[in-house]
Every structure is written in structure tokens, then in C-alpha cells.
Design a protein around this ligand. Structure first.
Ligand code: BGC
Ligand code: NOJ
Length: 794
């Protein structure tokens, strides 16, 4: 079995030791509003705030080979041309290593006695990437060689950049001044922003015209200027603007040299745009370059970035007998939660950054993974999301981060959406104790003057379900519930229709969702507790509605051995033993067992047994079984996927934690643990089969019916991050934030039952020694600021 790398927990890094990973293994950089994606060969791109509208580097999708475009450094040493990250030249290296760390990536390449170390990071407080390039002559004699930088500009709008060539090929504009190349396409008209790529020493040559640099018939692997050891010293006019610097270097034996490159983005107020006709105001760019004008300054910024992550990741740590558990909890899971919070589902190597903004349901769920690290930003996010809601409690499915306005680009009318606002807000208040957020004025659809309290938004979110009940008193599904592909009111035979946005039938629909029913009961309980805690009289009404839903589920949602999934438009069952395919689904087992519906009558245990029996496979729990083998007109997108993929019987990792939590609530610790280990990448044995990064969760792993069960896809941007965090931190390790304290209630196999947890909670620090031998009930610690050392025996 090939191995492509290993964890270095002390440095919080994943070390990739071969560049030809089965798929580009990427990392993210950025903490505020300037973000980058970077692969293990330095491919990828960056943007400011919005991956669609403010794209800085051009990236080619569907390229062959894939992952074309990035920040490439070329070294021309005699006749050999190579890149520290192997690509694009793919010259065999004497040594290669890529270390993906927290918000930075270090790539080291060595060839013929030259060693190049490139540290890429996005510093705190600046809108730029810093690339620190260190080259060492490791040989015993003097060496002369050339170093080239290279980046290709995107013409800002990542979508039209790929489409509107009749215009694009004429708009490109640059300026070159000092060691800096400025990209100013469209700056002459309405844009108030430009990008730049500069370096802290004078260059020996440059190019900004792609054709001159690369050559009309060459690719990134053979730029003609690099092959010739020259530069065209070109100024781009239209066509494809790029930025490349050349340095003619000489190093004695054992000598090193270091350069600091800055790839940045600047916005200028309208009145400060120009310093002379057509000459951009470079003041802000120069200030940013000045901030990284020496290696010492760059190192200091790097140290600040490390401190930022040390601080965040220092809020929750476990020390157990299972290294895979510790590294997942202490490092990679929390890191991935931060990334999903920043990016929602917009930009990854499976998401183009063009189609999808911040999802209403996705972003609410993401909160559960980060409230303990960045509560202030969580607060703002809640307000932003709630501001896109409609007065009837419904909402847009997504909003664009640049404008914060909701849009219908990927549909609306998903009837689970509103409940996630309760989920996110409760998670936030339990962590912070900030009940004040409930009084914040929040508008509808971002319309000034329509403000009501956030609490009111939560109330209409809850009511949106009770206002939309179907014939069995179960929630109407709307366009879909959490499973965006169960499109029960869609009915499309036209391949040009989008399943997500095609007009739905609303009249006469009987389509109801057991997933929403379970979610409603679980969230309703939390909501009632919150209302009671703040003395709101609506608590009773909420409890009654929850009770009514529970009886509706017991009466119409139980199939004998498990919970039904849904009723379709005609009122026929989905996820029932009576069905030919799709007899059982994971979502309703997860939510109804988390809601403990019918637990006293044994329904939860039965549903969990059935989940294990029918849905669990070697790499996790599949979404449904048997997979749909043909397109079903009345079900929609779910049956559009081949068997074993995505929503059609893939292992949708996102909802595995629902079952883990359900198992833990039922006290089934060995089952909960097994499910956790199966989807957690640190336990991955076969990196080639998994294909995607072994340090982050993926949305989907191909299920048992797929051609290659176990193959991972859609890594990084998935609700799996937040949900697994919730499952492991609260249900397995048992650290459960409450409105006024922490409840310690583990559910972990007894052989791992002794462990230590360091948990910052509001202004308190809990140093816990946990000794779990299976006792039920938990141990409650009221919140009190200060340090508390406790041994908890259960
Ligand atoms: C995907 C879903 C996703 C939906 C909305 C579908 O094609 O399979 O996972 O939620 O699109 O973007
Ligand atoms: C991914 C989407 O981002 C999420 O909103 C949805 O719940 C799942 N796919 C399942 O369809």
C-alpha cells in the first residue's frame, strides 16, 4: 500500500512526502477576508471576500492535468528547470516535502545541490499571501542559477473570466514599478481594487504578457523564457496578463539567500484611485510590501499567525490513549471547522467558488464547530444569516458573502432551513451565555425598517414547521429537507432543468419529512429550554408542539423496525420495508434517535440496530439502501446518482455523526465509537483508496454499492466537520456546554475511558481528569470563572 505522508502532531502539520498524491491534497490560508487554496504542488488561487467576484489568481477547472494554475517558482540551473513543488515541470527531485500546517504551507524541493524552501502564508491583518523563498547551495562549489516567479491574474469575476472572451482578451492592464507588478484590469472604470505581486529586491527581468513568457504552444511546464534563461520584459495589453520576476543568482558552497514575495490585494476609495491620469495609487500596496520587506518582518508575521492558531486550538484539548483521536480532536477537526466556517461550501477542489455562497442551513451547522473558538464571529454570522429570513420564517437557501444578501441561485423553500437557525443560536448561547443576542434587532430579507428581535426570528422559524404540516401532521418537506436531492415536488423530465431551482408543485402535495420531524423535536426541546431559561411564556406552547410531533412520528413514521424517511407527493411511503429500493434511510434514524422519539417503547434501539444491520458498511454508514438503480421521476436528484455515490447510498459523512450521537444517547458506546472511527480520516489505512486528504473529513465516501467503495470525494467543505466535532467532543468525550455550565457525560469504550481534557469555557478553564467506567447520568459543573481542576469519575 502506498503511503504519501504522515502526521507531525507536535508541529500541527501533515507532511506529504511524495508530490504525486492520488488527488491534489490541499490546504487553506487566511483568517479574515483574504483567503487562499493551495495544493501540495503550490496549485490553487486566492481571493478577497468572495471567491466568485474578487478572484485574484486564475485557476483552470477540468484541466488536464488537473490543478493547473497557482504560484509557481521555477529554478533554472544549467539545463535543468525544476519547481520546488515538483509541478508544473515535474522534473524528478532529489528531495520533496510539503507540510500543510495551520493556515500555512511549506514546500521544500531539492535538486542538484540546490535546496528551495518556500513558506506560503496569509498574514493576520493583511490582504495578501506572503511567500518566503529560501534557496541554499548544499553543494561544495559555487552555483549560478536563475529563479523565476509566476502567477496568472484572473480578471476578477471568476465566472465571466471563463466565458466572456470576446471582451476579456482586450481588457487586461498592468503597471510595473520598482519590483512590483500591478494588475489593474477594469480599474479604469468601476473597480476600486487592484492586485499586485512584489518582492523585496530588484529583479533582473520580468514579464506580464503570458504569451511572451510561456509561448503560444507551451504549457506551464515549459515557459519559453525560463527555458531560455531570459525575460521578455513585457507589458501586457489585453490577452492574458500574468506576473513573473526573474533573478540571476549566485551562491557559494553552503550559502543561502532569502526573498520575500507579496501577492496582495488593495481597495482604494474612489477619490484616491489615481495619482496621475491612468496611474494607480500604490500607497496601500507599498505599505503592505513594506510590512514584509525583510525576512525578519515576514518571520514575525508568521509567528503571529502561529500564535493565532495556538490560541484557538488551545481552547479544547484531549489527551487519551488513542493518538488518532487526539490529533483529530486537538488539531485537524477544529481546523477544518474553522475552514468550513470561513468558506461554507464555496471554494474547494470540488466546489468552484462560483456557484455557491453561504448556505442558510450549512452556515448554521458550521457554527457548532467554532463557537468555542471565535464566539464574536459566530455572533455576527448568526445575525447575518437571520437577516436573510422572510417574515413567514422561510428563507433563501444561500447568501453571497460580498453583499450578505440572500439569493435564489440554488433554490429556496427547503423546509428544514429555518430550524437550523435555532440550532446555531442555541449552540452559540450554550457556549457563551450571551442571552443578549436574542434581543438584537434583525431585519427581514435585509430590508431596513423591518427589524424585529432575533428571538422573534427563532419563534417564526419554529412556527414555520407547525404552519406547514401535511396530512399525517408531519412537516411538509417543501423543495427538500437536509437531503437536497430528495426532491419530492419537482417532477422533471427535462435534462436542462436544475433539480434545485425548477419550479415545484405546491398544490395538493402530501410530501412529508421524518427528518424534519426528528429535527423539530430535538430543536424544539432545546428551544423550550431556552425560552424557559429566559422566562418566556411561549415555552409551554413549544413543548406541546413537540409532544404532538412525537405522537405523529410514532403513529405515522414508524415502519416496524425503523423510522420511515418520508411520504411522497402522493402520500406513498419512502424508506419503508414496503419499498422496492430505498427501504431504509439514515437521516430519520439519526434525527429521531437524537430526539429520542419512542425511546421508552424501544423504538430508538430498534432503529439503531436496523441502521447497523442494513446501512453500516466497512467505511461508514450509507445514506440509504438498497440504492436506487434507476431514475424515479417523483423522487428527483437522489435517483440521478449512480448507486453508491452522493445522496444515492454514498456514505454521506455529514449524517454519520447523527447516528453516533443517537447511539451515545442510547448508551451504546462501542457502536458510537466504531461509527466514529470509520469516518475519521486519521484512522485511514489505505491512502490510495481514500484518494483525498487523509487529514480532513470528506462529504462523501463511496458506499458499498459503488464501483470503488471507500473512495473519498468532496473533501474539506462539509458539515461533517462541525457534526463530527459535536459528536466527539460532546457525545463521546462527553463535554456538553449547557446554558449555565458544563455537563460531563462521556460515552466511550471502557478501555479508553481514562483521559484528560483541557477546556476553556467562557472565562473558565476546566482541567478535567475523566475516569469513565460506564455510569449513566453525567456530572454537572456550574459555570464559574477561573481555573478548576477536577477528577470526574463516572
Ligand atoms: C448535491 C447536494 C447539494 C445540492 C445543492 C446537489 O447536486 O448532490 O449535495 O446539497 O446539489 O447544492
Ligand atoms: C450538501 C449541501 O451543502 C447541504 O446543504 C445538504 O444538506 C447536503 N449536501 C445533503 O444534500
Amino acid at each position: 500500500m502506498d503511503n504519501f505522508g504522515h502526521f507531525d502532531d507536535a508541529s500541527r502539520e501533515y507532511v506529504i512526502t511524495r508530490p504525486d498524491t492520488p488527488w491534489p491534497w490541499i490546504n487553506y490560508m487566511g483568517t479574515e477576508d483574504f483567503f487562499s487554496l493551495i495544493s501540495n504542488t503550490a496549485g490553487g488561487y486566492c481571493f478577497c471576500r468572495d471567491a466568485k467576484f474578487r478572484r485574484i489568481l486564475r485557476y483552470r477547472y477540468n484541466g488536464v492535468p488537473m490543478d493547473a494554475g497557482g504560484r509557481y517558482y521555477y529554478i533554472k540551473d544549467g539545463d535543468t528547470v525544476w519547481n520546488p513543488g515538483w509541478k508544473p515541470c515535474k522534473t524528478a527531485l532529489d528531495f520533496y516535502e510539503c507540510r500543510h500546517g495551520m493556515g500555512y504551507t511549506k514546500i521544500v524541493g531539492q535538486k542538484n545541490g540546490l535546496k528551495a524552501e518556500v513558506t506560503f502564508f496569509v498574514p493576520i491583518g493583511h490582504r495578501c499571501e506572503v511567500h518566503k523563498v529560501k534557496i541554499t547551495n548544499t553543494g561544495s562549489s559555487k552555483k549560478q542559477f536563475k529563479l523565476y516567479s509566476f502567477a496568472e491574474w484572473c480578471l476578477w469575476n471568476a465566472s465571466t473570466d471563463m466565458e466572456n472572451f470576446q471582451r476579456n482578451l482586450s481588457t487586461g492592464e498592468v503597471e510595473i514599478e520598482g519590483s512590483v507588478i500591478y494588475h489593474k484590469t477594469e480599474y479604469r472604470e468601476r473597480r476600486d481594487h487592484y492586485a499586485f505581486y512584489g518582492v523585496n529586491r530588484p529583479f533582473d527581468g520580468y514579464d506580464t504578457d503570458r504569451e511572451t513568457f510561456i509561448g503560444m504552444y507551451n504549457g506551464f511546464e515549459a515557459p519559453q523564457q525560463v527555458l531560455a534563461g531570459t525575460s521578455g520584459n513585457t507589458r501586457a495589453h489585453g490577452w492574458s496578463p500574468i506576473a513573473s520576476h526573474r533573478f540571476d543568482l549566485e551562491l557559494g558552497a553552503g550559502e543561502s539567500t532569502e526573498l520575500v514575495f507579496v501577492l496582495g490585494y488593495v481597495e482604494n476609495p474612489q477619490e484616491e484611485k489615481f495619482v496621475a491620469p491612468a496611474v494607480i495609487n500604490k500607497k496601500r500596496a507599498l505599505a503592505m510590501l513594506e510590512a514584509f520587506s525583510t525576512v525578519e518582518k515576514a518571520d514575525k508575521a508568521f509567528a503571529e499567525l502561529r500564535a493565532f492558531w495556538d490560541n484557538l486550538l488551545g481552547r479544547f484539548n484531549v489527551s487519551s490513549d488513542v493518538p488518532e483521536l487526539d490529533r483529530t480532536v486537538n488539531i485537524w477537526n477544529q481546523y477544518q471547522c474553522m475552514i468550513t466556517f470561513f468558506f461554507s461550501r464555496s471554494a474547494s477542489y470540488f466546489e468552484s467558488g462560483i456557484g455557491r455562497g453561504m448556505g442558510f442551513r450549512d452556515s448554521n451547522q458550521d457554527l457548532a464547530g467554532i463557537v468555542h473558538m471565535i464566539p464574536d464571529r459566530a455572533r455576527q454570522r448568526i445575525i447575518d444569516i437571520a437577516s436573510t429570513q422572510f417574515p413567514d420564517g422561510g428563507c433563501y437557501h444561500q447568501y453571497q458573502p460580498l453583499t450578505k444578501r440572500g439569493n435564489n441561485d440554488i433554490g429556496g423553500g427547503f423546509n428544514d432551513d429555518p430550524l437550523w437557525l435555532i440550532f446555531g443560536t442555541v449552540a452559540y448561547i450554550r457556549e457563551t451565555g450571551d442571552f443578549g443576542i436574542l434581543n438584537e434587532p434583525v431585519p427581514f430579507d435585509n430590508k431596513p425598517g423591518t427589524e424585529v428581535s432575533l428571538l422573534y426570528h427563532l419563534k417564526i422559524s419554529f412556527r414555520h414547521v407547525t404552519d406547514n404540516l401535511g396530512p399525517h401532521d408531519l412537516p411538509l418537506i417543501g423543495r427538500a429537507d437536509w437531503n437536497d436531492c430528495l426532491n419530492l415536488n419537482c417532477f422533471s423530465w427535462n435534462p436542462d432543468d436544475s433539480f434545485q431551482t425548477t419550479e415545484n408543485k405546491t398544490e395538493g402535495t402530501k410530501a412529508e419529512s421524518l427528518m424534519i420531524a426528528g429535527l423539530f423535536v430535538a430543536q424544539g426541546r432545546d428551544f423550550a429550554e431556552l425560552l424557559q431559561r429566559i422566562g418566556d411564556k411561549d415555552a409551554e406552547g413549544v413543548k406541546e408542539a413537540v409532544k404532538a410531533m412525537e405522537s405523529a412520528v410514532k403513529q405515522h413514521g414508524w415502519d416496524g423496525e425503523w423510522f420511515l424517511r418520508a411520504y411522497d407527493y402522493y402520500g406513498n411511503k419512502i424508506g419503508s420495508r414496503e419499498c422496492e429500493e430505498g427501504k431504509i434511510f439514515i437521516e430519520s434514524q439519526g434525527w429521531c434517535t437524537m430526539a429520542r422519539i419512542g425511546a421508552d417503547e424501544g423504538l430508538c434501539d430498534k432503529a439503531l440496530d436496523s441502521t447497523v444491520k442494513h446501512l453500516e458498511c466497512e467505511q461508514g454508514i450509507v445514506l440509504n439502501t438498497p440504492a436506487y438503480s434507476k431514475y424515479i421521476y417523483e423522487y428527483g436528484e437522489i435517483s440521478s446518482y449512480p448507486e453508491g455515490y452522493k445522496e444515492n447510498a454514498g456514505i454521506f459523512c455529514h449524517n454519520n455523526p447523527w447516528v453516533i450521537i443517537g447511539e451515545a444517547m442510547a448508551g451504546r458506546r462501542d457502536d458510537a465509537w466504531r461509527h466514529y472511527c470509520k469516518i475519521t480520516p486519521a484512522f485511514t489505512k489505505d491512502q490510495t483508496l481514500r484518494k483525498v486528504e487523509p487529514y480532513v473529513f470528506c462529504q462523501m465516501v463511496a458506499g458499498k454499492d459503488a464501483a470503488k467503495p471507500g473512495e473519498g470525494k468532496n473533501s474539506w467543505l462539509t458539515g461533517t466537520a462541525a457534526w463530527t466535532w459535536k459528536a466527539v467532543s460532546e457525545s463521546i468525550l462527553g463535554i456538553k456546554p449547557q446554558f449555565d455550565g458544563l455537563l460531563i457525560e462521556p460515552c466511550i469504550p471502557l478501555q479508553y475511558g481514562t483521559y484528560r481534557v483541557h477546556r476553556k469555557f467562557r472565562d473558565a478553564v476546566y482541567e478535567l481528569e475523566i475516569k469513565y467506567s460506564g455510569k449513566k447520568g453525567g456530572f454537572y459543573i456550574p459555570y464559574k470563572p477561573g481555573v478548576q481542576k477536577l477528577t470526574v469519575e463516572l
